[in-house]
Design a protein around this ligand. Structure first.
Ligand SMILES: Nc1ncnc2c1ncn2[C@@H]1O[C@H](COP(=O)(O)OP(=O)(O)OP(=O)(O)O)[C@@H](O)[C@H]1O
Length: 261
């Protein structure tokens, strides 16, 4: 049995596409209730790792444990998966032919036995949690990019998941909307008591939300460090590549990949 104090444990995970190895023997864990950021330069494997963690890709080697139990990607359909994981993909991934309320209602209709009225109440509540009360009848095309993400988030939390995954939540958002989404991520973590995994290379988000951050390095195909970004930035024992990446924020060059310098 694995350590159940950890919500997520990743052990010796090797990820590859065909012959191309993305990461070798990755080891890290995520504590219950923490916000873990997966960071690193473009193309290092952040989204690939997230896909492995939610079962969209199969590992070449290694295992992922949730609450100490081995994760079987074959189980990624159906009730237990949807209840455990809430995923917000980059564009919000809403159905354009459905209203926002219908989008949020979808997982409730599929995976619960709630009545229509109960579903309507839950949908209204989830929309209010993400600041979209009163927008349920709108269609995704009638929302701004930030609102679409929040609508996607309302759908992701429809079933009160224990773990929330975000893939580049700030992508395509102006700095203020991005900041609001960061605040919302923390509020939802507290409201749901959820554990949160966020893929991002946005320095402002990393410093705003991460309890700990894992830095993936494409050159060595490994994680160079795992810790609180505020500690990592001043720690001389931390790989210079990581500190350089984190210091880009102070220099006002967020998002640049130091590997390309
Ligand atoms: N389906 C795929 N087939 C083959 N190679 C892939 C596939 N998806 C990603 N890759 C490659 O795997 C590596 C990691 O990609 P990934 O999208 O995980 O990086 P990332 O860190 O999320 O990048 P970004 O920050 O630019 O989104 C890249 O070299 C990419 O070209």
């Amino acid at each position: 049995m694995e350590d159940t104090l950890q919500k997520i444990s990743v052990k010796n995970l090797t990820m590859a596409y065909g012959d191309f190895v993305v990461m070798k023997s990755l080891n890290f864990s995520v504590k219950r209730g923490e916000v873990k950021v997966i960071m690193g330069g473009s193309g290092c494997g952040k989204s690939t790792l997230l896909k492995h963690m939610i079962g969209l890709e199969r590992s070449r080697q290694g295992q992922i444990f949730y609450d100490g139990a081995l994760f079987d990607p074959e189980e990624t359909v159906g009730d237990s998966f949807c209840r455990r994981f809430g995923v917000l993909f980059q564009g919000g991934a809403l159905w354009s032919s459905m209203s926002v309320a219908e989008n949020v209602a979808l997982p409730l209709e599929s995976y619960t036995k709630l009545t229509r009225d109960e579903i309507r109440d839950v949908v209204e509540f989830k929309l209010s949690l993400v600041g979209l009360a009163g927008f349920g009848q709108r269609y995704p095309s009638e929302l701004s990019g930030g609102m679409r993400k929040r609508a996607g988030l309302a759908r992701a939390i429809a079933l009160d998941p224990q773990i929330l995954f975000f893939d580049e939540p700030s992508a395509g958002l102006d700095p203020l909307s991005s900041r609001r989404l960061d605040d919302l991520i923390l509020e939802l973590r507290d409201a749901l008591g959820a554990t949160v995994v966020v893929v991002t290379h946005e320095l402002s988000s990393i410093f705003a939300i991460a309890d700990s951050a894992l830095f993936l390095d494409a050159d060595t195909k490994s994680a160079l460090c795992d810790g609180n970004p505020n500690d990592l930035i001043d720690d001389d024992s931390v790989d210079g590549k990581v500190r350089n990446f984190l210091k880009r924020g102070e220099l006002g060059h967020e998002g640049r990949d130091p590997a390309n310098d």
